[in-house]
Structures are given as structure tokens and as C-alpha cells.
Design a protein around this ligand. Structure first.
Ligand code: A3P
Length: 288
């Protein structure tokens, strides 16, 4: 079980007490979603921070001011975070927000609104590896133990925000129609500029080729790693031990291959295939 010392249990999902409170969860439930709101939804360690850089750049015509001056979690805040009430008022329209909530736990006003959602999925095995290192460095999460031990916790959903499979399934079977765009971390790695064009189209926006080049450049891993407003270097050591891992760690696809033994891979595949059975959801990485 995830520890009661470090986690709140929100509808059964373990979420860190440092980042969420009973008040902030209440605030989220009655939050008034507006028709032009934009949410980027992810299971943790799938590219949330990346989208906290991309969205303001795309929504401001490639102007670098927000990403150079506002810390990522204030510029595109988490809907469910403890600081949300204090930053929500300062967001200018259209508001961009991120969330790890499953579909059925979005604010009541979301469902009848016209707000749009960009859902970013990442290869579950790479999300697991990224989460393993994040659990090592984030002092507000349970110690992950060994990689093998962490895999068991991950498969049982005893990690922050529960199971990857539940999250992905909840956001696939919605009636949001053209209000939701599905993208993957892997597509962003393969051709970021092309994905940015899809996002622009989805948001009904246009951008000059020059501005798009600038956004692409400033959203690259190496640029974000140097940007104090995006790289988590300003977070106190009290919360994150950066000697154990960087927040922007590797930023690649396929790091799982350096961590999974053939035995672990076989065990992992069996569990995940069973959980995804009948969902009709397939990803390119299923073939790997
Ligand atoms: P790794 O730990 O594999 O490096 P989240 O923001 O959802 O917590 O996800 C964090 C993961 O996204 C980390 O993965 C981080 O390095 C990666 N990431 C963030 N910005 C990125 C970028 N510009 N390019 C590639 N990966 C990025």
C-alpha cells in the first residue's frame, strides 16, 4: 500500500499530500470550466512539463515571455494542485491547465462545456522508468525500493495517481468527440514540429513558419533543461533531491530497454495485456 504518511487517497487514488489538500480537491470539484479552456491531461511522467512549455508558446504566437519568466506550474497550473485557487484567477483567456485526473473525476462543469483536451500518452514502460527515478528524487513520494519492487507497486497502482492502464482507458472511452486530441510522447520525440502543427490546428490557431521554428526550438529537451522556469532547479532540496536524479532526466524513448530484464518484461507484458484486453486501444509501442 502507498503510505498514509505521504499520500491522500482521492477516490482511492494515492496522491501526494505535499501537492494536494482536501481544500484544493474541493475547489477543483466546483471549478467553473469555460468554453475556451484548454486542458493537457496525462498520466504522470508522460510529458506534462513539456506541454507546460508548449501550450503558452503556441497560445502567445511564439512569444517567449511566459516561458522565460513564469515558473511552469504557475504558467500552466495543475487543476488539482494545492496552489490552483491562488493561480487560477491570474490566468488569461484562453486558460491552459494540466491535469492527472481520470476522465470521471473532472470538475462537473467540464462535461457540458466546450473546453478542449489534449491527451498525451507515453509508452507505459518508459513512464514506469521515469516514475522510478522520480520516486527516488521526490521526497514527498514513497521510496521506490529496487526497480523490481517498484514494478510491483506500479502494476498494483500503488504509485501516485494509480494505474497507467486505468488512466489511459478512462480518457479513451469518452463522448468528447472532436473536443479531444490524442498525441503521444513518442510522436513528439519523432517530429515535434509536426505535432505542434496538429495542436495548432486542433486549437484553431495559425502561426508563421518562423514562430513555429522558434516554438520548436524552445520546446526541445536541451532548451528546457537550461530554463530555470521549466527545469525544476528552483524547487527546494526539501522536496526534491537533485543528486539522485534530474527532473528533466533523459528525455528519450526506449530507456525501458536498459532496465527490464527478459523475465521482468514477460511478467509486465502479461499483466498489462490482460488489463488492456477488450479496450480496443493499441499503440505503436505495443509491437516493440
Ligand atoms: P524522463 O524521466 O524519461 O527523462 P512529466 O512532466 O509528465 O512529469 O514527465 C517527465 C518526463 O518528460 C521526463 O522523462 C522528462 O525528461 C520528459 N520531458 C520533459 N520535457 C521534455 C522534452 N522537451 N523532450 C523530451 N522529454 C521531455
Amino acid at each position: 500500500m502507498a503510505s498514509k504518511e505521504k499520500y491522500l487517497f482521492y477516490h482511492g487514488l494515492p496522491i501526494p499530500k505535499t501537492a494536494h489538500s482536501a481544500e484544493s480537491l474541493k475547489y477543483l470539484e466546483t471549478f467553473q470550466v469555460q468554453d475556451d479552456d484548454i486542458f493537457c491531461v496525462t498520466y504522470p511522467k508522460s510529458g506534462t512539463t513539456w506541454m507546460q512549455t508548449i501550450l503558452p508558446l503556441l497560445l502567445n504566437g511564439g512569444d517567449l515571455t511566459p516561458v522565460e519568466n513564469i515558473i511552469s506550474w504557475k504558467r500552466v497550473p495543475w487543476l488539482e494542485a494545492a496552489n490552483f485557487a491562488s493561480v487560477a484567477d491570474k490566468l488569461s483567456s484562453p486558460r491552459a491547465m494540466v491535469s492527472h485526473l481520470p476522465y470521471h473525476l473532472m470538475p462537473a462543469s467540464f462535461y457540458s462545456s466546450k473546453a478542449k483536451v489534449i491527451y498525451v500518452a507515453r509508452n507505459i514502460k518508459d513512464s514506469l522508468v521515469s516514475s522510478f527515478y522520480f520516486h527516488q528524487m521526490a521526497k514527498f513520494l514513497d521510496d521506490p525500493g529496487t526497480f523490481d519492487e517498484f514494478m510491483d507497486k506500479f502494476l498494483a497502482g500503488q504509485v501516485f495517481w494509480g494505474k497507467w492502464t486505468d488512466h489511459v482507458k478512462s480518457w479513451r472511452n469518452t463522448d468528447l468527440g472532436d473536443r479531444i486530441l490524442y498525441i503521444t510522447y513518442e510522436e513528439m520525440i519523432q517530429d515535434l514540429r509536426e505535432v505542434l502543427k496538429h495542436i495548432l490546428h486542433f486549437l484553431g490557431r495559425e502561426m508563421s513558419e518562423d514562430a513555429l521554428d522558434r516554438v520548436t526550438d524552445h520546446s526541445q529537451f536541451k532548451s528546457m533543461k537550461q530554463n530555470k522556469m521549466s527545469n525544476y532547479s528552483l524547487v527546494s532540496e526539501k522536496f526534491m533531491d537533485k543528486n539522485k536524479s534530474s527532473f528533466l532526466r533523459k528525455g528519450i524513448c526506449g530507456d525501458w530497454k536498459n532496465h527490464f530484464s527478459p523475465e521482468l518484461e514477460a511478467k509486465f507484458n502479461t499483466v498489462i495485456r490482460k488489463e488492456m484486453e477488450g479496450s480496443g486501444i493499441t499503440f505503436l509501442w505495443d509491437e516493440e
